[in-house]
Design a protein around this ligand. Structure first.
Ligand code: KIV
Ligand code: NA
Length: 276
């Protein structure tokens, strides 16, 4: 019996108790997060966070599927959404459908996510038409960071605000069940949330969004490079790991580790028969 939260249940949460979303890339982290969240996103941020790539353009379909399978094994309840990596959907609706099908068939995830509004509406509609739920992603689009020459907040001018609203409406009309709004002026995300009928999931957006998402490594203080302004660190795993490594190194060097509890003591019979 499937106890997972489906995309349709997420869609119906519009305007209700905020949706709790986090990224997850691995089995153990999915196990730990699953009881606490509504939705787990296998973000293409995995390319940066776990693989050390400079941008999310380092993600591949194979990478997303491998991490998606790990997260599915570790979660039982959450709606699992997997990012479509750059290069797997932009060219055509046919390409987008083939990639989305592969992701869902090889992982069993509930939905896929892709970046873009007006310009990706055909892809979203085509994937939705095959029965695969799609989450949109508008605003600051990490897959476009090279084209745009950096990470830039969206919605600072009237033209930019109009473009964001057009993107949100296009994603909704194309049939997406929800949409991530990333890196926008606060009032713009709040306004879009009021104007569309599907839940908005904010990141660097607004507390008025229908839900929030953060990158798990950022949220637990494990990110070793620059941490964006919109992140709140709820733990400091950097120092937990560094202190553990420091103590381990000292105990190996002075032979306090392994101690008596960490080694196997042979039976008398075993040592006896093999002795001498
Ligand atoms: O890849 C990712 O982690 C994302 C979220 C930040 C929305 O797309
Ligand atoms: Na992403």
């Amino acid at each position: 019996t499937d106890i997972r939260i489906g995309a349709e249940l997420i869609r119906r949460r519009k305007g209700g108790i905020p949706l709790v979303c986090l990224t997850a890339y691995t089995y153990p982290v999915a196990r730990l997060l699953d009881p606490h969240v509504d939705l787990l996103l296998v973000g293409d941020s995995v390319a940066m966070v776990l693989h050390g790539h400079e941008t999310t353009l380092g993600a591949s379909l194979e990478m997303m599927i491998a991490h998606g399978q790990a997260v599915m094994r570790g979660s039982a309840r959450a709606c699992v959404v997997i990012d479509m990596p750059a290069g797997s959907y932009e060219d055509s609706a046919v390409q987008a459908v083939a990639s989305a099908r592969r992701i869902v068939e090889e992982t069993g995830c509930q939905a896929v996510k892709l970046e873009g509004g007006v310009d990706m509406a055909r892809q979203i509609a085509a994937i939705v038409a095959t029965g695969i739920p799609v989450m949109g992603h508008i605003g600051l689009l990490p897959q476009s960071v090279e084209k745009e020459g950096g990470y830039k907040i969206k919605g600072r001018t009237d033209e930019a605000i109009a473009a964001l609203l057009a993107d949100a409406l296009a994603v909704e009309r194309a049939g997406a069940f929800s949409v991530v709004i990333e890196g926008t002026i606060e009032a713009v995300a709040a306004d879009i949330t009021r104007r569309i009928a599907i839940p908005t999931i904010g990141i660097g957006a607004s507390p008025d969004c229908d839900g929030q998402i953060l990158v798990i490594d950022d949220m637990v203080g494990l990110t070793v490079d620059r941490v964006p302004k919109f992140v709140k660190e709820y733990a400091d795993l950097r120092s937990v790991i560094a202190h553990a490594a420091e103590r381990y190194a000292a105990e190996v060097r002075d032979r306090t580790f392994p101690g008596p509890a960490h080694v196997f003591w042979g039976s008398t019979a075993f040592s006896g028969t093999n002795g001498g």
